[in-house]
Every structure is written in C-alpha cells, then in structure tokens.
Write a protein that binds this ligand. Structure first.
Ligand code: 13P
Length: 253
C-alpha cells in the first residue's frame, strides 16, 4: 500500500526551561520545510506548554501534552485535567508512556481511563505500549503488547480506536541508543495492526530514533512515523528526521 502520510512527534520529557523551550520552538518553526504530508507534533513540559501554544498558532506544527489526569477538574493536587490542556490549545496527549508506567505506577486500566478522559475533551490520545528487555528475551513481546492493548482499549468503540495513535516503544530501546531494527519494529507493528483490526490507526515507533536510522524505519509498511525523545531536543536532529520522512513519502508517492 502506498504511504501518504507520516507523523513525527517529539517528546521532550522532563527537559528544558521555559526559555530553552521557546528557543527550540522558534528554531523548529524557522527550519521547518514544506511538510508535504508529514505531520509534526511536539510535546514540551507542562511549564512551557502555553507559551508553545501561542507560538505555534497558525503554524504547521501541533502541540501535545505528555500526560493528563483522568478526572474532570477538581481536588487533585498537582494533577492536570484534559479540559485545562484543551483550553490552552493542545490537540494531542501522550498516554501510558513506559516512564509513566515504570515510575508512576500507571496500569493498563489507568491508561484506559486517561484515553476516555482525552476523548471527553477532544484531545487525540497517543497511546504508548512496549515490552521490557526481559519480556523480549523470554519471548513474551506479543503477549505483553496484546494485554496492554486489550486492557487499555476494553471500553473503547471501534470508531474511537481509529481516532487515536499508538506508539510502539520497546523499553530496551528508549534512551539506550539501541534502536529496534526496521524488521523487528515492523513485526510488532504488524502484530498491533492485527490486534486492532483497522488500518486507519497510525502506529508510530519510538526508541532511539535518530537522523541516521529514521529513514529505514519509515520505509516499513506498518510504521507510520516516530515518537522521538532525545533527538527531538535539538532542532537540527529533529528537523533532519522530519526531512527523512518527507523524502520517504516523496519516494513512495
Ligand atoms: P529516545 O528517543 O530518547 O530513545 O526516547 C524515546 C521515547 O521515549 C519517546 O517517547
């Protein structure tokens, strides 16, 4: 099947001061080429979201938050509601990132509640799944991912599954420089595609994506883009990954 779109999302995690974030947004906007079917999303930390929203207004780059709480606004000290994110101009929200699962005790059922909360306020969820190195080595990759998807999506209608993005991020590849080979990633993406029974949901790959390996990943049939961590913190490397996506689409088109 011909590829007509790719999505490149940058997850800035718990990095950058307000000034640094503003500077990065400015550099990205200055360097952004004509996107020709590539969609670009950035997820700054909460402290820089509103400033980024103002800067991105009317541009071709879109805004994501890195997390949300599942409840409506109320007495939940320290948390941020979807309503508050939508209010400042976020369109997307990362949900169930492995760092949230690992360090903040997020379960598949919490991920499910957060997906519902995002839909309630019109935010598009980018739902992250992925296995640990131990799970991969003991041949549990597929069963782990199947459980993550089944439990988190249990109360979703099929139309809603088509409206979200999935990011496959093998935990052993995050921040380690050990990217999954394009074939390895493709195998899991195809498995996810079979699980969700639709070709409409974009499935992004995340884990040590950089300007050198991006093109090989984007050439795979079921890899619809990337969720980039470290390499999204420098304008030059993020723009170069965007450039790879543009040229893969051009070659495919
Ligand atoms: P790295 O690109 O730094 O490996 O991070 C990937 C990631 O976790 C994106 O959400």
């Amino acid at each position: 099947m011909k590829k007509t779109a790719l999505i490149i999302a940058g997850n800035w995690k718990m990095n950058l001061t307000l000034g640094e974030s503003n500077e990065l947004v400015k550099q990205l906007l200055q360097g952004l080429p004509k996107l020709n079917g590539v969609q670009v999303i950035v997820a700054p930390p909460f402290t820089a979201l509103q400033a980024a929203a103002l800067e991105l207004k009317g541009s071709s780059m879109e805004l994501a938050a890195q997390d949300l709480h599942w409840e409506k606004p109320g007495a939940f000290t320290g948390a941020i509601a979807g309503e508050q994110l939508a209010d400042i101009g976020c369109r997307y929200v990362l949900i169930g990132h492995s760092e949230r699962r690992q360090y903040f005790g997020e379960t598949n059922s919490i991920v499910g509640k957060k997906i519902q909360a995002a839909f309630r306020v019109g935010l598009k969820p980018i739902v992250c799944v992925g296995e640990t190195v131990q799970e991969r080595e003991s041949q549990k990759t597929f069963s782990v991912i199947q459980t993550q998807i089944q439990q988190a999506f249990v109360s979703l209608r099929s139309k809603q599954i088509e409206e979200l993005f999935i990011a496959y991020e093998p935990i052993w590849a995050i921040g380690t420089g050990k990217v999954a080979s394009p074939e390895m990633a493709q195998e899991v993406h195809q498995f996810i595609r079979d699980q969700i029974k639709t070709s409409k949901t974009p499935i992004l790959y995340g884990g040590s994506v950089n300007p050198e390996n991006a093109r090989g990943l984007f050439a795979q049939p079921d890899i619809d883009g990337a969720l980039v961590g470290g390499a999204s913190l420098k304008a030059q490397s993020f723009l170069s990954i965007i450039g790879s996506a543009i040229s893969v689409l051009k070659e495919n088109g």
